[in-house]
Every structure is written in structure tokens, then in C-alpha cells.
Design a protein around this ligand. Structure first.
Ligand code: ATP
Length: 199
């Protein structure tokens, strides 16, 4: 619809190690807000910044700060999960001697060990969701932006994701997540931003 607003006016700031849960009904603008924060979309009004730097995915300094999982990630059909994760870890952590250890740790945290030799198209939808999260966590970041990290997960896997994110937040990572799950919001967030459908 021409002239329709995808996101109502919002304003917030977060300190290091805080978690904001963005809630609201379908179409209220959660993903749009996350896309703005991830620098994938410019707001038509207002501004978003991370550590004083405008959100822009083309800015390499910004990209080093913020990792986002918004929708399914692009994947290579002929690389296994293990190869994907090692590729991302080696790209972002080339100067870290323990880059392979980072992959192992995340695979364990998210219970993906049995799936590492599969291709992405051989995963269930919930397994694909966990893999997408692993791809996001395997690279360094001080800010995580996650769109419905509980999407398609069973209750045990949601607990696993909550624990994984809780440990990142305790270690100082700032998290902004959109969620439809009150448990994710109540167990992780310091602040909640509830969006209502823009007029
Ligand atoms: N590519 C697009 N082009 C035009 N309008 C869009 C586009 N993507 C989303 N919108 C519109 O922007 C508004 C906000 O959508 P958004 O995806 O941010 O909502 P959401 O809160 O994440 O919804 P959900 O809970 O269903 O994921 C909706 O009215 C939607 O129809």
C-alpha cells in the first residue's frame, strides 16, 4: 500500500550486555526494525547507530560489531554444515588460533554435533533454524540482532537457545531480538519494546 508505514516511531538505547525484546503482532514492524538495526535498510526518518556509528552493512567496521540473523541465511548447496561454520570462522577469526574451538563450542551448545556432515538442504526446519543461529554466533560480534530465534523450535531446543544467548549476554554481548515467545522475552530481556501496527 503506497505511503503505508512499516514501522511506528520508536526510540531506545541499550548499554553493553543488555537485551531488548521486540514484541508485537504480525506485521507490526519487528523485522523492519531489526533490518534497520542490522544496516540492511535505511529508515525514511530518524537514525539508528551502534557505538555512535550509523547502521550500514556496507561499513566493515560496523559489520565487525554486529551480527544478525534475519530470515534464512544464504547457503552453498555443496558445503556441509561443518564446512560452512569453519568457513565463516576462518573468515572472521583468521588471527585467532582457537577459531576451530569456537566452532566446536557452538556446535555443542546448540546440539548440532550429529548434523555436521549434512548439507543444508538435508535439515528439518528446526535444525535449519539452529544452523542459522550457529552461523551468526560463530563470528565475533558485540551486538546480536536476532529475528525470532525460537522460530520452529521445540521446547527443549528453545531452552538450549535461551541458555546459549544468556551466556553471550552475561559475557557482555548486547542483544536485540524479535520474539513471539513470552518465555524468550521474560528469560532474556532487560527491556521490552512492544510494537503496534502502524496506522
Ligand atoms: N518487502 C516489503 N515491501 C512492502 N512492505 C513490506 C515488506 N516487508 C514488510 N512489509 C510491510 O511492513 C510492515 C511490517 O512488516 P514486518 O515484517 O516488519 O512485521 P513483523 O512485525 O516482523 O511481522 P511478523 O510477526 O509477521 O514477522 C507490514 O505491514 C508488512 O506488510
Amino acid at each position: 500500500m503506497e505511503g503505508a508505514s512499516a514501522l511506528p516511531p520508536v526510540s531506545f538505547s541499550l548499554s553493553q550486555g543488555q537485551c531488548l525484546a521486540v514484541t508485537g503482532s504480525n506485521g507490526s514492524g519487528k523485522t523492519t526494525l531489526l533490518r534497520v538495526l542490522a544496516g540492511l535498510q535505511r529508515p525514511t526518518q530518524g537514525a539508528a547507530s551502534v557505538r555512535g556509528r550509523r547502521c550500514d552493512e556496507r561499513d566493515q567496521v560496523f559489520r565487525q560489531e554486529l551480527a544478525a540473523q534475519i530470515g534464512p541465511p544464504p547457503v552453498a548447496r555443496d558445503l556441509t554444515l561443518d564446512e560452512h561454520l569453519r568457513l565463516v570462522a576462518q573468515t572472521w577469526r583468521s588471527h585467532e588460533p582457537n577459531a576451530p574451538g569456537q566452532v566446536t563450542g557452538i556446535v555443542q551448545e546448540l546440539g548440532l554435533g550429529q548434523l555436521m556432515s549434512r548439507f543444508p538442504h538435508q535439515l528439518s526446519s528446526g535444525q535449519a533454524q539452529l544452523f542459522a543461529l550457529a552461523l551468526t554466533l560463530v563470528r565475533p560480534s558485540s551486538v546480536l540482532v536476532l529475528d525470532e530465534p525460537e522460530h520452529r523450535l521445540d521446547v527443549d531446543r528453545i531452552s538450549m537457545v535461551i541458555e546459549t544467548l544468556r551466556s553471550r549476554i552475561s559475557a557482555g554481548t548486547t542483544v536485540v531480538l524479535a520474539t513471539h515467545d513470552p518465555r524468550v522475552s521474560s528469560e532474556l530481556s532487560d527491556q521490552t519494546l512492544h510494537l503496534t501496527v502502524a496506522a
